[in-house]
Ligand binder design. Sequence first.
Ligand code: NAD
Length: 267
Amino acid sequence: MADLVGRLEGKVAIVTGAGSRGPGVGNGKATSVLFAREGAKVLLVDIALDHAEETRAIIDEEGGEASTFQADVTSEADCRAMVEAAVERYDRLDILDNNVGISLRKNIIEIDPDEWDHMMTINLKSMMLASRFAIPAMIENGGGSIINISSVAALRAIGDAAYTTSKAAVIGLTMTMAADHGRDGVRVNCIAPGLVYTPMVADRVDPQLREHRRKASALGTEGTAWDVGWAAVFLASEEARWITGAVLPVEAGAIIAARDHYAHWWD
Ligand SMILES: NC(=O)c1ccc[n+]([C@@H]2O[C@H](COP(=O)([O-])OP(=O)(O)OC[C@H]3O[C@@H](n4cnc5c(N)ncnc54)[C@H](O)[C@@H]3O)[C@@H](O)[C@H]2O)c1
């Protein structure tokens, strides 16, 4: 591995949603590959094993260390089993990247209450379930780092009521977990990605809209899953040893620029 610099050498990580839903590289896949490049052993967790296998193939090719684990992170039993698998295979757990999340694009009149519950379960409850088993395992080795993937949608409305609400709640969850488990050496932070171009959005973004999204931030450049992955590497590493309870926007200044970049959501 030519580029190995080992910022996560000796660490064991779990990434949930470690595959990508479609062709290309999503946040979970990029984060898993970068964790492995930086020396971590990575448990690639996905409800669709074939998605996780694609990520493992990339890591294998690069000479990194990873294995797959099929789990639905909305299941408490699966979350327990996933943490047990990481400890069984690699002896410890240092990092949890809570990446699974879905969007729906409905307001509160359009959404069915059952759909609302489903969104809260996938986007929020899953992070609580994964963390409640990960934290005790991390404490066994003196602590660890949890990264919860929120969204800029938590900080401004985007025409997706359940998504915005669940992603805002992820910030609250991050703060309480950081406060409750800080003295045990567990850091908990949150990344708020902006309009990154990933398989999650590719099927509903045409070239014109893609260009609109690119221009809609202070930097005016397109973000990728790798941008989110690098932020996760930083928060997972010892470089961030004094950072906890933080929300890190990775969005090219989309919030501060306050351009009309979300106008298309209502068009
Ligand atoms: N792409 C964007 O523009 C953007 C912006 C802000 C935030 N985000 C956040 O990034 C995260 C998604 O990242 P991605 O690109 O890796 O997504 P993705 O849609 O490609 O999904 C990654 C994987 O998650 C798996 N998955 C889905 N439900 C699961 C479950 N219940 N249990 C286990 N695995 C499950 C899928 O099989 C898939 O392989 C989400 O939390 C999303 O809200 C994305």
